[in-house]
Design a protein around this ligand. Structure first.
Ligand code: ATP
Ligand code: MG
Length: 431
């Protein structure tokens, strides 16, 4: 936001007034040069973390990242009590060069250094630029501007070395190329292909965070294709890769609203569609939707809401597509599901991808506009009624309520008395 931009200007002026060098760095420079609004404004400086804490005051800074040379500077108190609660802390990173990487993910040590060294330890040329507010100039040690211009995603330095150091960069490469709609430079892509199978050293949560960005991108299909080409997909989502990339592409491209749960559900449905079950035995062994998404959700640390929305779409979208012959009592509970937005979004995609008739889904969309009493009529008989009439509590209760609700929704009854008749018949075992 512009508040966050103004706050980063304040942080940089404070540092330069104290005699240090301070630049905007990395993603925000890239985004601004692309004419996009940066998410956050990171600062890079030659001031050490200790100096940064001294300048802004210990109580106005957070030092969680101090071992990597990063201090978060809090916005001033006065602003905080007004609208600007939304201003995030500004991350101030000391220019550094990274030491050896022995775990394939993080440097064993860092050493403070020059701006140029700091540019060279960054991942991609487009992410390696600084902006100097004082001179209003981009400082580009890595030829990032020309790659940005041509839409090229390229590592800084030898891609084999850079991916060997940190395996997460492979997934970041695909993520940036996907979200920015860039091409991946040949040597960079070849190096990802070489180390692709080692992506598993990266934590599931980080993989999930990158996959969320890939799947929410308008170019998600291209991203999945890259992940497959580079041998990452098989590690990240075993069972999806190589099944039928064209089908996956069709499903993802067909999504009108590209939220993460819908996109993930589409991917999984496309994969299921590509592996038809041979017989009933096989179909029993096929992982149930809840279980399949449960595994991904715990690996990627999805929120409960994301998990639930994906599972709802997985469970119901295909059903809605085929629901023309269903009784209303089977369709209606899906229409009042809290995740009906995701369910219909995915159902629309299935229809488009498979070129199926859309009558049933049209009806479902229309039914969402009905007034509440038509969409979800008040039950003709409730549990309270059954207590009041002193029906024997127990499993029979559920049976009675289910059957009277079914009869009501399917238009077989429309009064309390009729519902009570059904209840009595069931209780007497005449059912
Ligand atoms: P986003 O829009 O996703 O925030 P970003 O470029 O700001 O993109 P961050 O993860 O916020 O990405 O990282 C900020 C900067 O730090 C990057 O632009 C890059 O210069 C550097 N960086 C981040 N992760 C790595 C990494 N794994 N290896 C090397 N440099 C990295
Ligand atoms: Mg960022």
């Amino acid at each position: 936001s512009s508040d966050a931009a103004a706050e980063s200007v304040r942080v940089i002026s404070t540092l330069t007034n104290a005699g240090f060098v301070a630049y905007l760095a990395g993603g925000c420079v890239r985004d601004a040069m692309l004419g996009r609004v940066p998410k956050d404004f990171d600062v890079a400086t030659n001031a050490t973390p200790e100096s940064v804490r001294e300048i802004f005051g210990k109580r106005r800074t957070l030092a969680f990242g101090a071992s990597f040379g990063v201090i978060a500077v809090l916005p001033p108190k006065a602003d905080r009590n007004k609208l600007s609660d939304a201003i995030p802390p500004t991350e101030v990173a000391t220019f550094r060069s990274d030491g050896e990487y022995s775990d394939g993910r993080r440097p064993d040590s860092v050493r403070y250094g020059t701006a140029e060294e700091d540019a060279l330890r960054r991942d991609f040329t487009i992410n390696g630029m600084f902006y100097d507010l004082a001179s209003r100039k981009v400082i580009d040690f890595v030829d990032g501007a020309s790659d940005l211009q041509s839409g090229t995603l390229r590592t800084i330095g030898d891609p084999l070395d850079r991916f060997k150091e940190d395996k997460l960069r492979m997934l970041r490469a695909v993520r940036f190329a996907t979200t920015l709609n860039f091409r991946i430079e040949e040597a960079t892509q070849a190096a990802i292909q070489q180390f692709g199978s080692e992506i598993s050293v990266v934590s599931g949560e980080r993989i999930g965070a990158e996959m969320r960005k890939v799947l929410c991108s308008p170019h998600a299909a291209k991203g999945i294709q890259w992940l497959n080409d580079c041998g990452l997909l098989n590690e990240i989502l075993p069972g999806i890769s190589d099944v039928d990339m064209d089908r996956i592409e069709r499903y993802l491209d067909a999504l009108a609203i590209r939220d993460f749960p819908s996109s993930l559900a589409c991917l999984m449905i496309a994969q299921q569609a590509a592996t038809p079950q041979a017989d009933a035995q096989q179909s029993k062994r096929h992982t149930a939707p809840d279980k399949a998404i449960g595994q991904i959700a715990s690996r990627w640390k999805l929120s409960n809401e994301e998990k639930r929305q994906t599972a709802s779409a997985l469970t119901h979208a295909r059903g809605i597509v085929q629901s023309l012959s269903w009784p209303w009592s089977k369709i209606q509970p899906i229409l009042i599901d809290r995740d009906i937005g995701e369910i219909l979004n995915v159902a629309d995609a299935i229809i488009a991808a498979e070129e199926l008739p859309n009558e049933a889904v049209k009806i479902a969309h229309a039914a969402l506009q009905w007034p509440k009493e038509k969409r979800d009529p008040t039950p003709l008989l409730t549990g309270n009624d059954l207590h009041r009439y002193q029906f024997q509590a127990g499993p029979l209760f559920r049976e009675i309520l289910t059957e009277t609700r079914r009869a009501q929704l399917d238009g077989e009854i429309d009064s309390h008395e009729q519902a009570l008749e059904i209840a009595k018949r069931i209780a007497e075992g005449v059912g």
